[in-house]
Unconditional design. Structure first.
Length: 477
């Protein structure tokens, strides 16, 4: 979760905040409470551990210790120049360092170092999933929750990271052509200039994307004791029956509002609407033989038919943007887990509630769309001075109580509804996968005014994307 265009932090140090209700030194004994480590979002550009946005008091009241961490962002955290010893993913390694700190110290705050759950939203969710895939990271936690973002395709990773480093150095005045010169220029540059100019390294294709967070994780070239990911996520997921850690993944039903906001802010809505190639998701673009115009026209036909894209069918555009940014990769990941990792207890959800805690929906002026905006689920978990004071019996508080109870149950027991007395019981996403996977059927929890177990979210849309993957990127599944 992040407030766009606000950056908060220090070049000198990283912080983490620990929230607990019971200190062993005052109790005289250690309660060994479950621990939840939260990783903030912000596209690897914005965000912080700021309590103003992430006050976890509702979690603490449920008897868990919460740790909210910070990490380096932008080029500080995700610049990669292997020729000069910069492997990349420094921001992810900051997170892993925080995990180690928790392992070694959380007992001083009443927490159980052997019962740790990591969770995050947006870029924090992507990070959580990369740690879930990393054998080095998995030593520090027992389960994971990914809210709006998983990493299961190579298209997620930074595009030409070394060229981005070189381009940034040239923007800052470097005239030479050696990586040593690039390194020295970047090391000497003031932090505010690195942050200011980081968005200028985009290539022409990236400039056309609805959202172009440029400095983000890479697949590291060399396996080391602190590397996070050195193989393709697909390769890791397809190593049959090698994972067994419980996992929750999910999305809001209005993820595309964020991309719509960026397109409108960049005055690119008209271009996005009139150029079909812009409609093609990044994971299909991995097929370099693709005719983007033809594929984009197929996508346009499915979502809009013969209608012109305008304010009267913006909901279809929002659905398309939702699929292209967060939703479809989450479904791809669910299918990969079902096919190749049968021991993983995977729970899937959709957050669909629209209410008075919808801070981002209001800030982004996307109230014309149905459902929950990207990031607004966080305000139904964390407290913030931005939220209105509402009665304890209102729908918003009821949704928040359900959300927090499910998450803390998962942290405590490894299951969000651990007993038969819970209503409804949240089943795993896929119990008995179809062997040939001609169809993919998934159970999920709809988190709204009421909790409802349902089947196959966005069924027609996902069937369309599966057909496109089968036609243009069959090796993905």
């Amino acid at each position: 979760m992040f407030i766009p265009f606000i950056i908060r932090g220090s070049e000198k140090q990283l912080h983490l905040n620990v929230y607990t209700s019971q200190l062993p030194e005052l109790l005289g004994w250690n309660p060994f409470l479950p621990v939840m480590i939260y990783i903030h979002g912000g596209g690897y550009v914005h965000g912080s551990d700021w309590t103003f946005l992430h006050d976890p008091k509702h979690f603490v009241q449920e008897g868990v210790v919460v740790v909210v961490i910070s990490y380096r962002l932008g080029p500080f955290g995700f610049l990669s120049l292997p020729s000069m010893g910069i492997a990349g993913n420094a921001g992810l390694k900051d997170q892993a360092m925080a995990f180690r700190w928790v392992k070694e110290n959380i007992n001083q705050f009443g927490g159980d170092p052997e019962n740790v759950t990591i969770f995050g939203e947006s870029a924090g969710s992507w990070s959580t999933y990369l740690h879930y895939l990393s054998a080095n990271s998995r030593a520090y936690f027992k389960r994971a929750i990914c809210q709006s973002g998983v990493v299961c395709t190579d298209s997620f990773f930074q595009v030409e990271p070394e060229e981005k480093a070189r381009k940034l150095a040239k923007i800052l005045g470097y005239k030479g052509c050696s990586d040593l010169g690039v390194y020295e220029t970047l090391m000497k540059a003031p932090a505010h200039l690195l942050a200011k100019h980081q968005h200028e390294v985009a290539d022409e294709d990236e400039k056309k994307l609805p959202m172009n967070f440029l400095f983000r994780p890479v697949i590291e070239q060399i396996e080391t004791e602190d590397s996070i990911i050195t193989s393709s996520p697909q390769q890791i997921l397809k190593q049959t029956d090698t994972m067994d850690m419980p996992l929750i993944t999910g999305c809001t039903n209005g993820e595309g509002m964020l991309a719509y906001f960026y397109l409108r802010r960049k005055n690119q809505l008209d271009a996005f609407i009139t150029e079909p190639e812009r409609l093609v998701p990044c994971y299909l673009r991995e097929n370099k033989a693709l005719n983007l115009g033809e594929v984009g026209t197929q996508i346009k036909q499915f979502f809009f038919g013969s209608r012109k894209i305008n304010k009267n069918n913006n909901q279809h555009l929002c659905d398309l943007l939702s699929d292209n940014t967060f939703v479809t990769t989450t479904m791809i990941n669910a299918e990969l887990l079902a096919k190749h990792q049968p021991r993983v207890q995977h729970f899937h959800y959709r957050f669909t509630f629209h209410g008075r805690f919808d801070i981002f929906k209001r800030l982004q002026r996307t109230g014309q769309f149905e459902g929950a905006c990207h990031g607004d689920d966080q305000f139904y978990m964390f407290d913030s001075p931005m939220l209105p004071n509402l009665s304890l019996d209102c729908d918003e508080v009821k949704v928040r109580n359900n959300f927090v109870r499910l998450w803390t149950n998962f942290a405590r027991y490894g299951h969000p509804t651990p007993t038969s007395h819970d209503s409804p019981v949240w089943p795993v996403a896929v119990k008995h996968p179809n062997a040939d996977f001609k169809e993919f059927n998934m159970t999920y929890l709809n988190i709204s005014r009421e909790l409802r177990v349902e089947q196959n979210p966005d069924k027609q849309r996902h069937a369309f994307w599966r057909s496109m993957i089968a036609q243009y990127k069959a090796d993905l599944l």
